[in-house]
Design a protein around this ligand. Structure first.
Ligand code: TYD
Ligand code: MG
Length: 457
């Protein structure tokens, strides 16, 4: 029997059944090589022969290791996202669109950690040292004891780390790093992967914490930091809309703390400032109008109120658009379908625009009812009461499903002066919610009670 040969692309990792000059997956030329067969185990069942390694020390599940040492930056929004501070010898990836403020955030963080006693090295592969110094002056950080270098050669960087023995190294960005172990260009998947692997394993064995910056592009076509995600302990994404001053640092993976946690910042002329009360900020520009609804959300452990806006306008025949910013467009289509088939409210022939105000991005299904309310409010041109929050998940049957952490959400709404919450029935009652609750079982009842629309109207 002929042995099955397999080939894979050294740029993108795609596997192929035959060799060709160009990879169909990433369009790289001359990158496909034959895979070496995996070495099989020893032939004889009795002895390992020359495949013998050293025996591992085994432990049990009960023996406690000491909790990892953490250093706080002293910036709550950052420390919370890290799970309570920076863990010694951990590897962190900070991803985000170019220009969103990653270098600014990390220079500020570097200065904070340095002030709190860590030996910090900041390596930039994108800018010159004088550009970083200029930024430091603008941020008022020129006196902080951060050591700086502009370099992209990984071998020189590792040699420097070996000599300097820092507690924390920041690499800005991983796409510019270049390792002589592979001969593809900086920024290609194999370079990014190799550089990240060499840096993180080196740092871990020396007890150095490492923060890698990675650019993500909207298309995701260029070697994104995605390939690095599984090599690090913690993946943070820095998000926000260019035109808005809000920036959100979101933990999507964290081996040392909760993921889903967010930190909210504001980009000012003097760098990033913490936002202590994001709900107030996200609602500050609100003017009650048809299509505007306040949703009581949760991001990680923290309640966050935000405004959902909808606009509906007649579309020329056959060209109706569905446009969404800050929410899932598949979920919007589902809600439109449920409104149509369960409540008789059709959006056929209408353009629908949905927007989460302030550049926020929400992914909770708990926002379903608020989205439905915004859509119906826009279509009927009615304004909802200004001091009312709406929340609840909608199922395909039109039933409203309870959402998690209800108490936290209602407490936040009450704190910001809201007097009424429209929501699914509470599973269990615990104490006074502090505001009037209107508990509704299904979407058809909701549109008839709140908007006075009976099904088939
Ligand atoms: P930067 O940190 O360079 O982004 P990234 O590293 O993610 O590419 O920041 C880019 C933007 O931030 C730039 O458009 C200027 C703006 N900015 C401020 O508004 N205030 C500041 O204090 C600084 C340093 C930058
Ligand atoms: Mg940068």
């Amino acid at each position: 029997m002929a042995k099955d040969l397999t080939f894979s692309c050294s740029e993108c990792g795609a596997s192929h059944t035959k060799w060709s000059g160009r990879c169909d997956a990433c369009s790289a030329w001359n990158s496909i090589t034959e895979d070496k067969p995996l070495s099989s185990g020893p032939k004889s069942a009795k002895s390992l022969g020359n495949k013998r390694g050293k025996e591992l020390p085994l432990t049990d599940l009960a023996t406690q290791q000491a909790a990892p040492a953490r250093t706080k930056a002293g910036v709550d929004e950052l420390d919370r996202v890290l799970g309570g501070g920076l863990v010694a010898a951990s590897a962190i990836l900070v991803g985000g669109d170019p220009g969103i403020g990653k270098s600014t955030l990390l220079l500020q963080a570097a200065a904070r950690f340095a002030r709190n006693g860590l030996n910090v090295i900041y390596i930039t592969g994108e800018e010159s040292t004088s550009q970083v110094q200029m930024r430091a002056r603008r941020l008022g950080l020129e006196d902080s004891p951060v050591k700086l270098a502009a370099e992209t050669n990984l071998r020189d960087i590792l040699t420097t780390l070996d000599a300097q023995k820092p507690d924390l190294v920041i690499i800005d960005s991983i796409q510019t790093m270049w390792s002589d172990a592979v001969d593809s260009a900086p920024g290609s998947v194999s370079q990014v992967r190799t550089a990240a692997h060499e840096l993180t394993t080196f740092a871990k064995t020396r007890g150095i914490a490492v923060i890698l910056v990675g650019h993500v592009t909207k298309e995701g076509a260029i070697a994104g930091p995605r390939v690095v995600e599984h090599m690090v302990d913690c993946v943070l994404y820095f998000e926000g809309e260019r035109g808005h001053q809000f920036r959100i640092l979101r933990a999507v993976k964290n081996r040392f703390g909760p993921s889903d946690e967010i930190g909210v910042f504001e980009m000012t002329g003097k760098g990033l400032a913490e936002v202590k009360n994001p709900s107030a900020l996200f609602l500050s520009e609100r003017a009650p109008a048809p299509g505007s609804v306040v949703f009581a959300g949760i991001e990680g452990t923290r309640p966050l109120l935000c405004e959902i806006q909808a606009l509906v306008s007649p579309a020329p025949p056959g060209t109706a658009r569905r446009s969404v910013v800050g929410w899932d467009s598949a979920r919007l289509n589902m809600i439109l379908a449920v409104l149509d088939s369960r409540c008789g409210i059709s959006f056929t022939g209408l353009d629908v625009y949905l927007n989460v105000a302030g550049g926020l991005r929400i992914s909770e299904p708990a926002a379903d009812l608020a989205v439905a309310a915004a859509l119906v409010s826009a279509r009927e041109d009615t304004t909802l009461p200004e001091t009312c929050v709406i929340l609840g998940e909608i199922s395909l049957s039109g039933a409203l499903r309870p959402v998690s952490q209800m108490e936290n959400r209602l407490k936040e709404a009450q704190k910001l002066g809201f007097t009424q919450a429209i929501m699914p029935p509470l599973a269990k009652r615990s104490g006074d919610p502090g505001l009037e609750t209107r508990e509704i079982r299904d979407l058809a009842t909701f549109v008839s009670d709140v908007f006075g629309l009976s099904p088939d109207a």
